[in-house]
Design a protein around this ligand. Sequence first.
Ligand code: SF4
Length: 448
Amino acid sequence: MTKASPKVGIISLGCPKALVDSERILTRLRAEGYELTPSYEGADTVIVNTCGFLDSAKAESLEAIGEALAENGKVIVTGCMGTDEAAIRSAYPNVLNVSGPHQYEAVVNAVHEAAPPPSGAFTSLVPPEGIKLTPRHYAYLKISEGCNHRCSFCIIPQIRGDLQSRPAARVLAEAERLVKAGVKELLVISQDTSAYGLDLKYAESEFRGRPVAARMTDLARELGEMDVWVRLHYVYPYPSVDDVMPLMAAGKVLPYLDIPFQHASPSVLKAMRRPAHQEQVIERIKRWRAEVPDLTLRSTFIVGFPGETEDDFEYLLDWLEEAELDRVGCFKYEAVDGAPANALPGAVDEEVKEERWHRFMEAQRQISEVRMARKVGTLQDIIVDELGETEDGEPVIIGRSKGDAPEIDGTVYLAAEDYEHIQVGSIVTARITGADDYDLWGEVEEKV
Ligand code: SF4
């Protein structure tokens, strides 16, 4: 790197999809010879990739912009909150540029204006897999943008538009590059993974000399041949999900499904305008578990949605008990600017939302406690995220089981006499010796 290389800092807020946007921007800037810096100090400009999903996320985004302005002064704003330029400019008129999600060109142009690129191309500075903001052993693989649904609480279709799938060959080529670069776990993300390819009419594209349809099952099958962990996020329970079960049973795709159910009561789901009906979902969950006994189901829910009655909420609790989901996140409903749900009658008091949220989390804690306890005594494959030490200075391997996605699920702590032969990203087999409500403890049996 020459001394003349301008330095760019980035703050990436929001969901994994926004993280992928940040990675693309950084890959491009690095290719142009910019240097990336983790600190405000000395950065020629700072990019803030914002999240605009909930009011709390907007507040966090505004705070991050304010901090970057105070610390550095030359700030470029992009991401979901960038669609509300007026809100950003009224709080911070001095930001250099504001753009929405996926507007890579606008961000890169703004960086050029703030700090011109060094002359000459530096493409060799970019690793073939691009710049990753996640640790090197796992990576998010974005298969589509946008969404064809119109859930009443959500403004993502307004921000990101209708579904736009990437051709299968392009997704697979990116996956192959990541695997060659050392990635051991691919996290498939989108707004609706089960809808993948619908906009392309499931068109085939050529990968490794054979046609692959742009369809979730076909894509999962091909990813399953890459000999790494493949984890599916944001899957809706359409009938096509049944076709993925044999891939999970065969060990090609991780036995893990992240399905954002959001609620169970038919009237609340109707008001939410959710895709896929809840009826028979319990039956399907039972069938899936019969076919893939170690299947982990993760989901998110919203409590206190406008019009949610005590009966609706109890229906949800009963459903949860029966579904016995493994991992669950719960949000108290928050109005989002521009979302149709704001106009719905029957706003739920904040206190009631709070009380329901605690009851929901306690019900789930009890389910989770039982399900985690069942793992004690079993052998589990664990991917190593970190090599650390206990408070007493004993070595400990920190990782995740097949049922734990990074950042949102549980952690597995493994005692180790030493871990000289183990690296971050390697997969070990461990005997589970203990569990609490969400995490596991164990000992390494062998390195896979
Ligand atoms: S499925 Fe619904 S919640 Fe998810 S992105 Fe689409 S509109 Fe939003």
